[in-house]
Design a protein around this ligand. Sequence first.
Ligand code: 6PG
Length: 498
Amino acid sequence: MTKTPAASAADPSPSATTNEATAQIGVVGLAVMGSNIARNFANHGHTVAVYNRTTAKTEKFMADFGQTGSFVPAETIQDFVASLERPRRALIMVQAGAGTDAVINQLADAMEPGDIIIDGGNALYTDTIRRETDIRARGLHFVGAGISGGEEGALNGPAIMPGGPAESYESLGPLLESISAKVDGTPCCTHIGPDGAGHFVKMVHNGIEYADMQVIGEAYQLLRYGAGMSPADIAAVFREWNKGDLESYLVEITAEVLAQVDADTNTPLVDLIVDAAGQKGTGRWTVKAALDLGVPVTGIGEAVFARALSSATSQRQAAQGQLPSGQLSPAVAPEDREAFVEDVRRALYASKLVAYAQGFDEILAGSAEYGWDLDPKDMATIWRGGCIIRAKFLNRIAEAYQANPKLESLLLDPYFNSELEGLVDSWRRIVVAATQQGHPVPVFSSSLSYYDSLRAQRLPAALIQGQRDYFGAHTYGRVDRPGAFHTLWSGDRTEVEA
Ligand code: 6PG
């Protein structure tokens, strides 16, 4: 491809000479996400260098979009880097994995101290911590940036969670904020914290997303098979719910998916979709990290396991008709449907709240573990728009952490605490009803157990400590005096201080 200088919407004829450093930002990787974010930058008046390892993709991008903004196509990484203004800013938008390291090294070899490499993929935060250390040693800046909002968000305004050095945000921040979603004029983008903090927070965002999607699914399951409602009726319910406390992108699109009718068969599309959920891995990572951090993200964990179980096709087929159901209660009578729908809404809200509370607990635990000094209010604020979990109640979460940054749990925030007052009876009724009717509600029920564990005065952990001391002499604490103790279980059963 001949090197064509920047073509601008105003003046399609080439104006800049080749390799002139005219681009404020460059995008490597022109699949849909990369293309859309490059277009977003151009739509906001920036000159954008674009490169794809497969030159044909770069050519197609320029053929499709070259006239819509100021783009500088490059055939080689060297040309790409040479077209970037100093400090150079290169955004990598390739599938997270080994390929990312290859691109990072190619860029680092061509860039100069002070330049910035941004990884906009869903990289594992521990990889980002490693990469940031390696790239910093070469005098460059490395920014792991979570970008949420899918293809539409990339083009029209994502939520962006950049980590990395605060110094790099000085030159990078205004660019990212210009293309991010805005809520009340506030960009859904802020400097999250050092090294892997951005990708860590994006990971937790995705974990919360899984739990959010699962509790919506459980509500759907109960309305469909517990109350015998049609997908169209349930779509109308979700549209109604989207006008209140549950207003969110996921509730909004749920109504759209449930209203969709397959043209070929005139059947609700949801009944034709195979009920086996995929997962690229960010939800799993959230749970693995939480296990290491000792944070009980039960809602997110059950959502990840629910996806795994849904995809255990062979096991599910073997179990069909083989597992005794026990005595089941009948479906909800039509005259009780309205009250049941409201109970489901409240159980959904309560379970969603637990998932967010657990997600923020994990963010705070990660911040303490890695010394990131994260402010949960920041995440709640930038998650109000652009991202997949964008929701009205994130305003309330931001207010909660604004009022008390040291909140022990989101559930203890006065506003949410009072909300729970009006939710918990319905929550209990729905978990009982689902159990009695034999409908799986792993996140509704585990979240209620988490809630009851949190509020319990005594937990069975006392017995567990006794068992551990019995077989492993692991000792236990006493409620009436300090210290660690051990009972001589195989001897005279007297107690000794460890
Ligand atoms: C986002 C999404 C996105 C996610 C894909 C697939 O924030 O835009 O969370 O990053 O990776 O939608 O996610 P799963 O395959 O893990 O469901």
